[in-house]
Design a protein around this ligand. Structure first.
Ligand SMILES: [Zn+2]
Ligand SMILES: [Zn+2]
Ligand SMILES: [Zn+2]
Ligand SMILES: [Zn+2]
Ligand SMILES: [Zn+2]
Ligand SMILES: [Zn+2]
Ligand SMILES: [Zn+2]
Length: 1763
């Protein structure tokens, strides 16, 4: 291979250049040169290739390489600065650069713009009250210093790019300046030219140097030749050195690139990952360096490998000097950006240089060149010059304008380039539009001068090329490629939105002109949409392929805000509105002219009225949902009404040209289509139609779709004879004949069932439509309401369904262009807020006074909403003891333009329809009738009555109220309904038994009729009658009401009883059938209680006697039979040592919850010696159980079945289950709790033998020492053969050669081994090995650790030590302790003896034992548990029959306690000697002082002098308490002793009770005092251990007592603080890059770079993400994290398990915001955080993960280890 090894200059050569180089001299030489540019270029030509890009770089795999690379980079950086940039600075400033720049800055008077450019992930703030639009944002610093912090604001994380708008007066309606950027008086006038502030010669030099450098940079960045350089830059000597440069694209995936690189340039996977990361970040990266041939070869491999499915990856082989100059060009641009920060004058000079037209005229400025070549540049280059544009042109208000004009001029071309480009929009220059177009004055200016609105729309239309024959958009069969482009085109809509977002308050003629021109273009666009995606009803066969519909709806959705904004603009100017209306109308007639139908007029007549229309049937002809032109016209029509233009300038309006039947035609068809789909007539058209109908009504689209169609019908109806309108509606619903001819009706009622049902639904839908057309008046302009009322009505109806959370309400309301719904303005007036608890969210509840505004036929209800709301409202009314009628609410008055709508309610056709439906209801035997129909008719009648009543009330009396519905309904029906009057029909229906549900409503109607009659009489008899004759009928109605209700209540009661009887009958039947099942579940219930009952009550009977739990005086466990039931076979079983083994499902896990030292490495599994637990408790083993008991054999069978199932499953599909069977995991068969082993149940220990003599400490110590000596010699004998040592005196009856009998049956022994193996395996992370001597230690360890952790929990939650534990924990501890006392029986005896000897030596030093740790390195509780438990094995050799186990336990307790006291005194920090409380000087204090002084005597000055005994005693007491409590728990479970009464309650008296329960003196120091002579030598030897001195001298971490409980880290109250912290966090691996998913460890507070290739590490031969890797060091495999950008808590366990958990941050509405989508300010909810903390401290996280994964299978599939 011909890799050019290293032909670069040795660094030393360059170094000598450094020394001889003078920037100052160079600058002055340049200055005197005739042609400055030539001189500078010559310099660059020499130095640039010598400094930059020398040979291979990047792709470093090892750390060594990485460091070398960094050093290389620093060298380059330094050389650039000294050799290239410094002369430029000298030249510009004419003096020492540092001094010169400082001077510039000092003289500079900066503009008040903040201009802070956002990093990715940085928090941005927008004020919802004051921001001109949602793109106006503040940086955190400005926000905190602004007035908006007290307003309603929204917080988001920046996607990078964009800057802080602080100081931009146009961006804010109020408070544009923060404290820092408030302009002061000495700020210069904005009009003044900042260049004038600079010395003239500097200005001149600035112009020339800036233009040379900027031109150089532009030339090189847009340079396309790979081998040549621009004139003047050719290198002196050309080596054959090339780079193979790889460019990024958005087509190939990371994996593809990595794979290809490995093949092409023969690098390791690690290097390839590093290359790919850089290519992705910077847009290009050299992947190979060498001669041309060598690079060419790599190129061809890459191209070949990536061209199979797509365009190949872009690769170029470039000469090294070209790369070097491009590299310097970027540095030069950054340099320019930095220099201009010092002076606004220089900034302006740069702006001028950049925008100056070149000799080529139009578009020839340097900035133009950059923009126009944008899509050709690589990402890194784009980013740097965009940044420069933001720092220069966008920060200078004058040049921002000029730039904006250039940008607008080039707009079409830039967009086209962007469309062809495949980079994301953020790295395209087109994304700068947001900075330019959102400034309202700028947008206006561009609109007027550059016709921007039209340009954008035209560009947009040009890029949508899919049309049908009529020129309409057609997105059928469009490919993924097109879809991608379509996605890109949509950014144009965004630009249009920016332009329109702020409505002008003042119009110039020019603006009017250009806006209307833009509107023309927009109407062209809408015309292309009008009638898109037409559908025809499919009969016979189902459609073969679902037609494409999403593209059209995406377009509609994106345009929704634009359409609304255009209407808003129109509403702001009368002239514009009138013109727009005209244009829209003519566009509509243009659309209609293209309709093929309308040729065959037909004539309809009904109820004495006659109308002409044409033949058209939705069910047979083409129909489209897309009618944007009609809908815009509808919107403008409402505006005519709202702005009163219609009444003020009727002559200017083309109202005469309106043909109402034409106006309503298309919207009506669309609504009929919906009705027919509902009626099931379009089933064969598939899901695409269903989806379209769904979106048509959906909140995202409805404002400019469904709502506008209703308005159009309202507009049309208000201009027509109501009878004609209704006849056309009937005809389009294809129902006309049913109502016009009795014959047809009859036939229809006898037709086949499907048709009847179809028609029934259609009738219902039609009636609903009429209700909406007359009743929907909450649009300003239709009814006399304000926008406020509209929103309020929406909310009332949402809350009528059920109480809702804030976010649910927001989702149900349409957002405007500013992402506002107006919800906040009204919510408090209609609803009350209920705060959330620890789970769930806050809810709004409708206040009762608003219930009367409920409208069952609210137009935005879906059918499901409607029935839910109906049910809720009826229930509510029943609860309040009201009748259940849901009459229409009083409607607001209509605006004059829509005033005649009310006549619909009393027109003849409607009365005929009502009559017909009521008639059917009277004789319900036929099929053609439904209750819903009747309900709608009753609603219509109610509406008509309300209307009449309101008119009567508002009329002053003299004028006649023309509206006379009550009169009309008394008239008998006309042909064809030959029945009685509507009123008569209603009266006859009132008592119809089959209409029970509607009775209240009919009653309400009749009451209304009576009321209105009275009112009319009253007005007609002109106020003579004041004696209110109206009371008569009203009274009787009320009485009747009462009687009626009583009757109904009785009926309801009877019905209920009947149902109950039925149900119990059914139940009985069911139980009979499923007898076994019930039996089982009942027993389960008993079983789970029995386990609890057996344990708790006897032991918890508070006994006031001085109960003692340890030592010879202890009160023994109950020697009663212990019966338990197996949850699997339901058999009862007694727990006996020789019986069948019973086991408890359990979960064993490693834990660092109690750790006081998270820096300690995890132990080496093979060599770790766990016999002594360090007091830092850095790693423990925790056992938990759900408390469910099984036979060992039943469990084994169950587990085998689980294993088998898993094997079969794995054969079928890959992936994991929520539990890991291979690791012994299973779910408890009863409660599905995650478990990985079982604990055997063992019988209680027997009561102490009071007959034997209990030895004193002295005697016992002596005996034990003798026993140990005997064991020593026996062990020696075994190992050394027969080397007979000095035989010490063996105590009487002690036989080392005896093998004690195993007290357990084989099945129990087997289970003891099973559990021992589990703790061993989990605790050490090793494979099972029964012979390992560490096995029993780990069993004891989990017992001690679990007790300790539970003691901590009880302490911190201030619960009493006994009696407050839940059953399952109680059962778990009890069986765990009894198990550990027996586990030695499963281990080799010698092993356990050795353990005891070593443990004992820590207390009573033994010269034959080596490596005993010092007492500061031992956790005393663990020592106590281990010695007590291992002692049994020694004692088992005692054949003397003297059972002295109990006194041994007590002596051990005493010894360990004293050791602990010494430990506490040695480590207590008593420096802060506070108030001397020496007054009393109690015995305790005195003795403590004495002990302390003894220690000082042994250790000397290491211990500080302490004068206050009170303080020492205080320390000791607090320090020893957790130990005593844990010891009490231990002996309680070991010996089954009932606790002391005082320990069942929290509070005072604890200390004494505890001491007496443990058989200790309450003055603990007496332990020491009473055995002074015995203990003194021991204490002396403890202190002499070299480890003690070492530790106290500060050599190691000192653990102090009591150990403080661990808590999760403290979180800030305000979430944005966290976001800010995370945004400045950089990935620790990839040199200062921003991390994409910063994640916070809640346990230790580390910030991690999660979910990213850069921070993967290898754990056990597998690459894992930063979070998983961290869990192994911080949490022994378990982790709790907060994903900061997502606002999500993450739980991880091991490599395969994890789940997300709601974060402890809530917004003001009591809701979390997972994914930070809503942006409401978030605050810490302490209770929720406590809950998470408790979960962690209770070791419940793994279980939560298990349950979450069990509930949601998709969680199982996530690769948690990559997070
Ligand atoms: Zn700012
Ligand atoms: Zn500011
Ligand atoms: Zn504000
Ligand atoms: Zn069983
Ligand atoms: Zn269970
Ligand atoms: Zn951590
Ligand atoms: Zn990283």
């Amino acid at each position: 291979m011909a890799a050019a090894e290293s032909d670069r200059d040795p660094p030393s050569a360059l170094c000598s250049e450094f020394l001889n180089f003078s920037a100052k001299d160079t600058a002055s030489r340049w200055l005197s040169a005739a042609n400055l540019q030539q001189e500078v270029y010559r310099h660059l030509a020499v130095y640039v290739p010598r400094i930059l890009c020398l040979g291979p770089s990047g792709g470093s795999s090892s750390r060594e390489d990485h460091r070398e690379e960094q050093r290389e980079e620093q060298r380059e950086e330094l050389a650039c600065q000294l050799l290239l940039l410094a002369p430029l600075e000298w030249l510009l400033l004419g003096e020492e650069p540092a001094a010169g720049l400082a001077q510039l800055q000092e003289n500079n008077q900066p503009s008040p713009l903040c201009g802070h450019v956002f990093k990715v992930g940085e928090p941005t703030y927008s004020c919802r009250e004051c921001a001109a639009d949602p793109t106006c944002v503040l940086c955190m610093q400005c926000f905190l210093g602004s007035v908006h912090k007290e307003h309603r604001y929204r917080m988001t994380t920046s996607g990078g790019g964009g800057f802080c708008d602080c100081g931009d007066a146009e961006a804010w309606k109020k408070g544009p300046y923060c404290q820092k950027h408030t302009p002061t008086d000495n700020n210069r006038d904005t009009e003044e030219d900042p260049v004038a502030q600079l010395p003239a010669d500097m200005v001149a030099r600035g112009y020339s140097i800036f233009s040379i450098i900027l031109k150089y940079a532009v030339d090189l960045l847009t340079w396309e030749q790979e081998d040549q350089l621009p004139a003047g830059l050719e290198p002196l000597e050309r080596g054959d050195t090339y780079y193979c440069m790889l460019f990024n694209d958005e087509v190939h995936t990371y994996e593809q690139v990595i794979y290809t690189l490995q093949k092409a340039v023969n690098c390791s996977q690690k290097e390839a990952v590093s290359f790919a990361t850089t290519v992705d970040r910077d847009g290009r990266k050299s992947v190979r360096y060498g001669d041309f041939q060598f690079c060419e070869q790599a190129k061809s491999v890459i191209v070949r490998n990536t061209s199979r499915q797509s365009k190949p990856l872009r690769v170029q082989v470039m000469h090294s000097s070209v790369v070097a100059h491009q590299c310097f060009a970027l540095k030069a641009l950054s340099w320019l950006g930095q220099i201009i920060q010092y002076s606004d004058g220089l900034r302006r000079i740069l702006c001028q240089v950049g925008l100056q037209k070149g000799p080529e005229g139009e578009n020839s400025s340097l900035v133009d060149q950059l923009m126009l070549n944008d899509s050709k540049m690589w990402k890194g280059a784009r980013n740097i010059y965009h940044q420069l544009l933001m720092n220069s042109l966008l920060m200078d208000l004058k040049y921002k304008k000029i730039f904006a004009i250039q940008f607008a001029k080039n707009y079409r071309r830039l967009q086209t380039d962007f469309m062809e480009d495949d980079h994301e929009r953020v790295v395209s220059v087109t994304s700068l539009s947001v900075q330019l177009f959102t400034v309202p004055t700028m947008a206006r200016m561009l609109m007027v001068e550059e016709n921007l609105m039209t340009t954008i729309i035209r560009t947009f239309v040009d890029h949508l090329r899919h049309r049908d024959l009529q020129g309409r958009f057609q997105f059928d069969r469009y490919t993924a490629q097109q879809a991608f482009k379509f996605g890109r085109v949509q950014s144009l809509i965004g630009d249009l939105k920016y332009v329109l977002i702020s409505r002008p308050s003042e119009w110039s003629d020019q603006l009017r002109l250009k806006f209307l021109e833009g509107l023309d273009a927009f109407l062209e666009l809408l015309k292309c949409m009008q009638g898109m995606d037409p559908v025809v009803r499919q009969v016979g066969q189902h459609i073969e392929m679902e037609p494409e519909w999403e593209a059209a709806f995406t377009l509609q959705m994106k345009l929704t805000h634009i359409i609304s904004m255009i209407q808003e603009w129109c509403s702001a100017d009368e002239h514009v509105l009138i013109e727009a209306y005209r244009k829209c109308l003519s566009a509509l007639s243009h659309c209609h002219s293209g309709l093929p139908d309308g040729e065959q007029p037909i004539s309809l007549s009904l109820a004495g009225h006659c109308v002409e229309t044409f033949r058209y049937q939705v069910s047979q002809d083409k129909v489209s949902i897309h009618l944007p032109v009609c809908r815009l016209l509808a919107g403008l029509h409402v505006l005519l009404s709202r702005t009163e233009v219609a009444s003020r300038f009727p002559e200017q309006l083309p109202l005469g040209e309106l043909s109402p039947p034409i106006l309503i035609e298309l919207p009506l068809r669309c609504l009929v289509l919906c009705a027919q789909v509902h009626a099931g007539m379009w089933r064969r058209n598939g899901f695409s139609l269903i989806n379209q109908i769904y979106y048509y009504h959906n909140v995202k689209c409805r404002v400019e779709m469904f709502d506008k169609d209703i308005i159009m019908l309202q507009a049309g109806a208000s201009m027509m004879d109501p009878n004609h309108f209704l006849m056309i509606v009937l005809s389009r619903f294809e129902l006309f004949h049913i109502f016009s001819s009795a014959d047809v009706r009859k036939r229809y009622r006898e037709a086949n069932k499907d048709v009847v049902q179809q028609n029934n639904t259609l009738i219902e839908e039609m009636l609903h439509l009429i209700i909406m057309v007359v009743g929907e008046r909450y649009v300003a302009g239709v009814g006399q309401v304000e926008p406020f009322d509209e929103v309020r009505r929406e909310i009332i109806h949402q809350l009528s369904i059920r109480p809702m959370a804030h976010s649910e309400l927001v989702k149900a309301l349409p957002e405007n262009g500013n992402k506002e719904t107006g919800l906040e303005r009204v919510i408090d007036s209609v609803a009350s807020f209920k705060k959330p608890g620890v789970t769930g969210r806050g809810l709004y509840e409708l206040r009762p006074e608003w219930n009367k505004y409920f409208n069952l036929y609210f137009h935005h209800y879906s059918r499901a909403d409607q029935s839910k709301a109906e049910e809720a409202q009826r229930k509510l009314r029943r609860q309040n003891g009201e009748d259940t009628a849901l009459p229409p609410p009083p409607p607001p008055p209509l605006c004059p333009l829509f005033g005649s709508l009310v006549n619909l309610l009393q027109c003849d056709v409607l009365l005929a329809v009502e009559g017909a439906v009521l008639q059917w209801a009277v004789e319900p035997s036929g099929g053609g009738w439904t209750e819903s129909m009747l309900q709608r008719v009753l609603h219509l009648v109610g509406m008509a009555l309300l209307e009449e009543k309101q008119q009567l009330e508002s009329s002053s009396g003299d004028e006649d109220v023309t509206y006379n519905y009550t009169c009309k309904i008394t008239r008998p029906g006309e042909a064809p309904s030959t029945s009685g009057s509507v009123l008569a029909l209603l009266e006859s229906l009132q008592n119809a038994p089959h209409l029970e549900v509607h009775k209240d409503m009919i009653t309400w109607i009749l009451k209304m009729v009576a009321n209105i009659k009275t009112m009319r009489e009253r007005t007609s008899s002109t106020s003579i009658i004041t004696t209110s004759p109206g009371q008569g009928p009203e009274e009787t109605v009320r009485d009747k009401d009462k009687a009626e209700r009583k009757r109904k209540a009785e009926m309801a009661r009877l019905r209920r009883e009947k149902i109950m009887a039925q149900m119990s009958e059914m139940q009985k039947h069911f139980i009979n059938e499923n007898k076994e099942l019930f039996q089982q579940s009942l027993e389960e219930l008993e079983a789970s209680t029995s386990a609890a009952a057996e344990n708790s009550p006897p032991s918890l009977v508070p006994t006031c006697l001085s109960q003692v739990c340890v030592g010879p005086r202890r009160v023994g466990g109950a020697e009663r039979r212990q019966l338990v039931t197996c949850i699997l076979c339901q058999e009862e079983q007694e727990v006996r040592g020789h019986g069948r083994a019973m086991v408890l499902a359990a979960f064993v896990q490693r834990s660092t919850v109690l750790s006081k030292n998270r820096h300690r490495n995890l132990p080496d599994p093979e060599r770790h010696d766990p016999l002594f637990m360090h007091p830092d408790l850095s790693l423990g083993i925790h056992t938990a159980s759900c408390g469910h008991i099984m036979h060992a054999t039943c469990w084994q069978r169950y587990f085998e079945a689980v294993q088998l199932k898993e094997q079969r499953r794995q054969q079928r599909l890959r992936g994991h289950t929520s539990y890991d069977v291979e690791n012994g995991e299973f779910l408890c068969p009863l409660c599905e709790c995650l478990s990985n082993t079982v604990i055997p149940l063992l019988p209680h220990t027997v009561s102490p033998d009071h007959s034997v003599h209990q030895p004193s400490l002295d005697t016992w110590l002596k005996t034990t020492n003798q026993q140990i000596a005997a064991l020593h010699s026996a062990h020696r004998k075994q190992s050394d053969g027969a080397a007979e040592g000095a035989e010490s005196t063996v105590p009487e009856g002690f036989r080392v050669d005896v093998t004690p009998q195993n007290p357990f049956s084989s099945s129990i022994s087997e289970m003891i081994t099973t559990f021992s193996m589990s703790t061993y395996k989990v605790g050490l992370k090793v494979n099972p090995n029964e012979q390992d001597h560490r096995v029993p230690v780990l069993s004891w360890s989990t017992c001690a650790y679990t007790i300790q952790s539970i003691e901590r929990l009880l302490m911190d939650e201030e619960k009493p030590l006994f009696g407050s534990l839940p059953c399952r924990q109680n059962d778990c501890l009890s069986s765990l302790t009894r198990f550990s006392s027996a586990c030695w029986t499963a281990a080799p005896l010698k092993t356990v003896h050795t353990h005891f000897i070593r443990l004992f030596a820590a207390l009573v030093p033994d010269s034959q034992v080596e490596n005993t740790p010092c007492i500061l390195d031992i956790d005393m509780f663990h020592l106590l548990v281990y010695t007590v438990l291992s002692y049994s094995s020694v004692h088992s050799l005692d054949q003397s029959g003297q059972s002295v186990v109990d006194s041994a336990h007590l002596h051990l307790l005493h010894l360990v306690t004293v050791a602990h006291l010494v430990q506490i005194l040695l480590t207590s920090t008593t420096e802060e000697v506070c108030m001397d409380q020496d007054s009393g000087g109690s015995e305790e204090e005195e003795l403590t002082c004495r002990l302390y002084n003894t220690l000082r005597k042994h250790l000397g000055s290491v211990l500080p002098e302490v004068s206050s005994g009170w303080q020492l005693w205080h320390c000791v007491k607090a320090g020893v308490l957790p130990f005593l409590r844990a010891a009490a728990l231990f002996f309680h479970y070991l010996n089954s002793t009932a606790p002391h009464a005082d320990l069942l309650v929290a509070g005072p008296g604890q200390w004494e009770a505890l001491c007496s329960y443990l058989s200790l003196p309450s003055n603990l120091l007496q332990l020491h005092q009473s055995q002074y002579t015995l203990l003194e030598p021991l204490i002396y030897r403890w202190c002499c251990h070299p480890g003690v001195r070492q530790t106290l001298h500060g050599g190691r971490v000192i653990v102090r007592f009591p150990r403080e409980s661990n808590r999760l880290i403290e979180l800030p109250e305000d979430y944005s603080v966290l976001i800010n912290q995370a945004s400045s966090f950089t990935c620790p691996r990839s040199g200062g890059d921003k991390s994409r998913a910063p994640t916070l460890c809640l346990v230790c507070g580390s910030m991690l770079c999660s979910q990213s290739y850069c921070c993967q590490t290898e754990v056990d031969g597998e690459d894992v993400g930063a979070c998983t890797a961290h869990t192994f060091t911080c949490g022994a495999g378990l982790g709790l994290f907060l994903r900061v950008r997502e606002s999500q808590v993450l739980f991880v366990a091991g490599k395969t398990k994890g789940c997300f958990y709601p974060p402890p941050y809530l917004d003001d509405y009591g809701e979390t915001d997972q994914g930070l989508k809503r942006g409401n300010p978030l605050h810490l909810c302490l209770e929720r955080y406590k809950k998470i903390e408790r979960l962690w401290r209770q070791h419940g996280v793994a279980e939560v993960i298990g349950h979450a994964q069990e509930a949601n299978q998709t969680l199982v599939a996530i690769d948690w280890q990559h997070l």
